[in-house]
Structures are given as structure tokens and as C-alpha cells.
Write a protein that binds this ligand. Sequence first.
Ligand code: AMP
Length: 281
Amino acid sequence: MKKFEDPEKLRSWARKARLAGRKIALVPTMGALHAGHLSLIAAAKRKGADEIAVSVFVNPTQFGPKEDYAKYPRDHAADAKKCAAAGATAIFFPTPENMYASDHSVWVVEDGALSGSLCGARRPGHFRGVCTVVAKLFNLVQPDFAVFGQKDFQQAAIVRRMARDLSFGVEIVVAPIVREESGLALSSRNAYLSAEEKTRALALSATLKELKAGVAAKGALPWKAARARAAAALERAGLAVDYVEAVDAADLTPVKTLRKGNAVLLAAFAGKTRLIDNCVV
Ligand code: AMP
């Protein structure tokens, strides 16, 4: 597995691979890799990638001033080991300085159709940072496809829209959420949780499961009442609800009745840690 810090070295590696006719997959991450991230590498393999480049970059521009940029877990040595074992062929650890010129001034901004709600509404500037860094990675690697996790449902929808609207020619593949046996969705931020907070966090996946079962049993659920029950269950478990939303899975517009194929998205705080989860019911 090749290791790069310099974006131009990554670019020339990718160019050579492309000219040799090799199919290139990109897996963007912020590191502190877990089985959820590794499942994206496995998905790239299954899809027939000859080269799999994993980027590990805690992207400063997608964090708000009061968020956890400084304390976000970082472990490059462990990440490299896990990537190599999972079958990645290149890993990219850029620094903020070599990704952003000191006078960087051009951004990729989704106009709000997809980013104006949910996490986009609560984390101003977040998706501007995400789109900009993903666009830069697409330009450096020019992959055939890129793999993202359903864990970040809104992010996947926005990146897919960006790839289409800006004609990147990169196919966006979305891989399912990997969970602990308890149901808790794997996340690098789970490392912040105390044992008690982790127990409280189980209410997220349990609530989603209940809503999915409700739709399976009844065909449809009036969302206002279902939403109130879901929010109450999260609060009862000791979580502070940030949002509980039901949307059309394709365009993220809110629905009044929850039906099969819709997505439910949750965000809640366990102590100071903000967790997100979702499912397509
Ligand atoms: P992150 O490092 O949190 O920015 O995540 C990098 C990529 O891994 C994103 O596309 C995430 O959606 C994906 N990812 C994170 N957690 C999981 C999970 N539990 N299952 C599947 N994919 C995940």
C-alpha cells in the first residue's frame, strides 16, 4: 500500500493508474477507522476496483467553531495498518496546510435544497466544507467511483447531487450502516462516550427499529404522532434530541406520512457527544 501526504504525489499515482486502465475507487474518511469504514473498502473491492485510495483527513472546514475539530481522534499508524489489511492500495494523509492555501477562497456550496435542513441547518457551513474537500479529492484522484456510508445519509445525498450537477463523472456508491451487535451505529465519535452514555445511545437504533416495524405492520404512520413518540423515547433514554425527521429518501423533503421507502433521520446528544443515525423504513 502506497502512502501519500503530498496531494500532487497522490495525483500522479492516480494518473498513472488511470493511464494503465486500472479502475480506481476513492474512500474519503476522517480516520480513526472502524469496521464501518472498512466496509466501504470491501464494497469498493466487490465492485471491482483495481486501486482503492483511502483518504484520512480531519477536514477543518467542515467543523463549526464550537465543534470537536481539535479533539477528534487521530491515529495514522493504526489507520494505515487497517487499510492495508482491508485491501486498500493507497492511503492519503494530507495536512490542512497542503489541502488549503492560506488564501483559499473558492468553495463548493449546495444551494440549500438538500443542505438547508437536518444536519445542514444545525451545522452552518458543514456541507460547504464537505463538498469542497470532496471536490478536491475527486479532482486529485479522478476516481471511477467513490464509496460513502449511509451512516451520513444527508452527506451521501449532497455528494451525489454535487457529482451530478458539477459533472464530475464519478459514480457515488452508498454502503449500508455497520452496527455493533447492540444496534449502535459505529462512529469514530463513539470513542467519546462513557459506558452510561453508550447505553443511552442505544435508544437511537431502537427507535429506528420500532418505526420500521410500525411501518411494516401498518403500512403507513402519520408522522406527527410517530415523531412525538420517537422524540419522547429518546428523551426518556436520557438523550437530548437535536432532530427527528422523516423525509423522502431521494430529495430529503419532509413527509407527513411515513411510508415504506422513506428515510427517518435522528440526531441527539449523549452528554456532549452528538450522534446521528438513520434508516430507510
Ligand atoms: P467519517 O470518517 O466519519 O467522515 O466517515 C467516513 C465515511 O465512512 C463516510 O462516508 C461515512 O458515512 C462512513 N461511515 C461512518 N460510519 C459508518 C458506519 N457505521 N457504517 C458504514 N459507513 C460508515
